[in-house]
Design a protein around this ligand. Sequence first.
Ligand SMILES: NC(=O)c1ccc[n+]([C@@H]2O[C@H](COP(=O)([O-])OP(=O)(O)OC[C@H]3O[C@@H](n4cnc5c(N)ncnc54)[C@H](OP(=O)(O)O)[C@@H]3O)[C@@H](O)[C@H]2O)c1
Length: 293
Amino acid sequence: MMRIAVTGSKGQVATSLLERGRAKAEVVALGRPAFDLTDRAAVLTGLEAARPDVVVNAAAYTAVDKAETEEAAAVRVNGDGAGHVAEAAARLGVPLLHLSTDYVFDGALDRPYREDDPTSPTGAYGRSKLAGEKAVADRCEDSAILRTAWVYSPFGANFVRTMLRLNETRDEVGVVADQRGNPTSALDIADALIATIAARMKDDASPALRGVFHMTGSGEATWADLAETVFHQAAARGRRLTHVRRIATADYPTPARRPANSRLDNEKLARVYGVRLPEWRQSVESCCDRLLS
Ligand SMILES: NC(=O)c1ccc[n+]([C@@H]2O[C@H](COP(=O)([O-])OP(=O)(O)OC[C@H]3O[C@@H](n4cnc5c(N)ncnc54)[C@H](OP(=O)(O)O)[C@@H]3O)[C@@H](O)[C@H]2O)c1
């Protein structure tokens, strides 16, 4: 069986990959404290010991707002750390799939972003992830950078779980309605990673399989749309129906500025790898189903 080493063992994507990969691959999850991305030697020896056929880098400093006051710490993980993982994969001669983010874009475009649109992050987290993309491209020729967005799952801290927690006590919640993006289930990312790896392993020579790809849920939404979908799922299972008050970004100030348009165009992944993620609504429903039953 193929061996996949995934970093960030307790994160949403790694946890999902452990669950979804079980039948198809041996998934080895590497995480802190032993495997710290900021420790180059630990990354090199940890990945070597894992003897992977492919590496997935899902570890990241993901606290978007906190990064504004801790940019150096974010860069050590998302920039330098990603570079260490890329160096390790290159030394082992195995492909690397590296996860990145919609926040490398500033959101000014009026259509979904394509892979080759110019990047221009508006915050420290986006800058640190862009540094990671560059480090990966520089250090590991056989790599694919997969930009995802708005990730939720039954695991860890995420928007869907926050909304379900608010539903327990609140009749109304104000949610931002002027940012558009692609809600993405980490379980769908895991399935897509497995399909991508399978296609990659069948054809390891093609340079077309390398480079940047967008990997998000199909369809688009605002945070308010996403919250409404969650609350309807809760109500359908006998919980209260929390009302969404649609607010503007300006009414909900956060330390990091978020792009108004962070929609990603997924056609390249479908064309090159034949991989397409499900409609976001369907996946939000199954996540809520799992969390509420
Ligand atoms: N979540 C989103 O909405 C979103 C959006 C776009 C892109 N992405 C990208 O998708 C990928 C996966 O995100 P996710 O949602 O699964 O993230 P997550 O749930 O926040 O998990 C990130 C994991 O990275 C680990 N980590 C942090 N610093 C580390 C370090 N120095 N060394 C080793 N591990 C470290 C954390 O470990 P601990 O458990 O020890 O803290 C955590 O388990 C990341 O590349 C992220 O940038 C996420």
